[in-house]
Design a protein around this ligand. Structure first.
Ligand SMILES: Cc1ncc(C[n+]2csc(CCOP(=O)(O)OP(=O)(O)O)c2C)c(N)n1
Length: 554
């Protein structure tokens, strides 16, 4: 055990203050970067941070601290950390926390709070953030005594990163940050009664699953974000190859097996590929892996379950049976369970089914033709994808741009990141900054709509200040395209609140005012050429693509 040297603190014989302990706890967790925005209630912590090697990244709006930490966490597999002040700092962060919660991203979120003796009195910048975030956090703490900080930090990192990952909030009143503590030590382990996530799937359930797979005539695997979070890409690829079962993915599961594999059918769901949806509809066995089966992925789960046997593997028992009736539940870490399944599986998939699936794939080739008057976004994403390095990270925002990217970007060794669960506009730029900080040697490209770009464009300041080399594509269609498309289809083209044109900045000039290189492409040929130049250059770049507002999502 390491005991910090004693020193005099405000007349009390103390080894450290709460704020010092907070910083030391982060160091003990090997945190290298935190994303944040200060204010009075978190100043003691910030002051101690100045003596630490931990790098603080100053965002321009608090929500983006959570998105940056999320992009960072997703790219390096560690817990992302963000820190903000009390009141408006904390409430600004809520969408970021909820976004991470819906996508099961491990975050430790630190908020400053007013002095503990003022809690509940509606004093300046007081917000009950633990209460407000109750339904968006995996767990939260309001710290009353600085002596509890080491245990709380150890638990928070443990809870955030184990089982089904998620955000954990630690709210620390200013007086607790200033509180002298006589002695402290960082626990070796977290020991939380009642919290013991199961990793190994039950052997009997695995056996039942293998028997069901052997009996099936039209099996399909449907992967969700849980496979990515469990770092089970290799295991999934091995299982799919050995079993011969075709694979589709939800938006969060994109990239779970190499997408150019014959077995890969693409994304399912409302915006998914026809080949994946048709295969799913006809399957007699669906193996759900780390997928919550949200409504966007499977709109009529009941119908599928009526025709097919369902095996559901998930680390979170609460997910099993939530959205789809399940025949064989397996609670456990997807990676572990896949290893067990791979050991026992053989390829019993009838040739006729394999052929049918391949026929579906060929029957529905990717859509869109290159254009001379506009940039056809679907074609452009495929061109971009072909130019990018195999291990590149593509971060898609929300809207039509997300669907264009999800359907047309080919993940090889890299990653596809997006806000799949909450669908938070403005996610891409901060998440891409976080991803680049986690993987500085990889290409990182953010794809945005002109609406979502404007929600996060303040972060251009962060990326310039930190010298972060991300490339940004703006699909400029002058509209909130996805909602406009709904208005076209469901509301007879009555466009209310969806036209951006007439109120947009010149994005190229905006970029240049930050010192970021930028260019404007008016058709596919120009976009392709400029993207090639963009990818060759060092430093951030913004490529604005003129997109026809009539282009559909799929
Ligand atoms: C924070 C937030 N507000 C509102 C929405 C609802 N919404 C979903 S897509 C969309 C339009 C996105 O427009 P844009 O970023 O320009 O992308 P496009 O659809 O044109 O590609 C909106 C408003 C949302 N998802 N997130």
């Amino acid at each position: 055990m390491f005991v910090y040297p004693k020193k005099q603190h405000k007349g009390v014989f103390a080894v450290a203050t709460g704020a010092e302990i907070m910083v030391k706890c982060l160091e003990k967790e090997n945190v290298r970067r935190i994303f944040g925005y200060p204010g009075a209630a978190i100043c003691p912590f910030y002051d101690c941070l100045s003596a630490s090697a931990i790098k603080h990244i100053l965002v321009r709006e608090e929500q983006n601290a959570a998105h940056m930490a999320s992009g960072y966490a997703r790219s390096c597999g560690k817990v992302g950390v963000c820190v903000v002040t009390s009141g408006p700092g904390a409430t600004n962060l809520i969408t970021g926390i909820a976004t991470a919660y819906m996508d099961s991203i491990p975050l430790v979120v630190i908020t400053g709070q007013v002095n503990s003796w003022l809690l509940g009195r509606d004093v300046f910048q007081e917000a009950d953030i633990t209460g407000a975030c109750e339904s968006f956090t995996k767990h939260s703490y309001l710290v009353k005594d600085a002596a509890d900080l080491p245990r709380i930090f150890k638990e928070a990192f443990h809870i955030a990163s184990t089982g089904r990952p998620g955000p954990v909030l630690i709210d620390v009143p200013t007086d607790v940050q200033n509180q002298p503590v006589a002695t402290w030590q960082y626990p070796e382990k977290a020991n939380i009664r009642g919290y013991k996530p199961r990793t190994q799937g039950h052997a009997l359930q695995v056996k039942k699953a293998l028997a069901a797979i052997a009996e099936a005539e039209r099996p399909i695997i449907c992967c969700g974000g849980g496979v990515v979070l469990a770092n089970a890409r290799d295991e999934m690829t091995a299982f799919a190859k050995k079993s011969g079962i075709p694979v589709c993915a939800t938006m969060m599961g994109i990239g779970v097996i190499p997408m150019d594999s014959d077995l890969y059918l693409g994304m399912i769901g409302m915006h998914g590929r026809e080949s994946a949806n048709l295969t799913m509809q006809q399957a007699d066995l669906v193996l759900l892996c780390g997928a919550r089966v949200g409504d966007r992925a499977v709109s009529a789960p009941q119908q599928i379950a009526e025709k097919a046997r369902i095996i559901h593997i998930d680390v979170d028992p609460a997910e099993i049976g939530k959205n789809m009736p399940v025949d064989i539940p397996i609670v456990g870490d997807v990676r572990q369970v896949l290893k067990s399944l791979t050991e026992g599986v053989t390829d019993t998939v009838p040739e006729a089914w394999k052929q049918k699936v391949l026929d579906y794939k060929n029957q529905f080739p990717p859509r869109g033709e290159p254009r001379e008057d506009f940039v056809e976004p679907r074609v452009f994403i495929r061109d971009l994808s072909a130019m990018m390095e195999d291990n590149a990270i593509l971060v898609a925002d929300v809207g039509q741009n997300q669907i264009w990217a999800a359907r047309n970007f080919n993940v090889k060794e890299g990653r596809f990141l997006t806000s799949g669960g909450l669908g938070t506009m403005g996610y891409a730029i901060p998440a891409a900054v976080g991803a680049k900080m986690a993987k500085p040697h990889r290409q990182v490209v953010a794809v945005c709509g002109d609406g979502s770009f404007q929600m996060a464009m303040c972060e251009l300041g962060t990326l310039v200040q930190t010298g972060t080399d991300i490339k940004i594509i703006i699909m400029q269609n002058g509209t909130l395209g996805m909602v406009k498309e709904f208005q076209d289809k469901l509301y007879k083209g009555r466009y209310i609140g969806t036209i951006l044109k007439g109120g947009e900045p010149d994005f190229v000039k905006l970029a240049e005012s930050y010192g970021i290189r930028a260019s404007f492409a008016k058709n596919n040929a120009a976009a392709k050429e400029q993207a090639a130049q963009m990818l060759q250059q060092d430093g951030p770049y913004i490529l604005v693509c003129r997109v026809d507002p009539a282009t559909p999502s799929i």
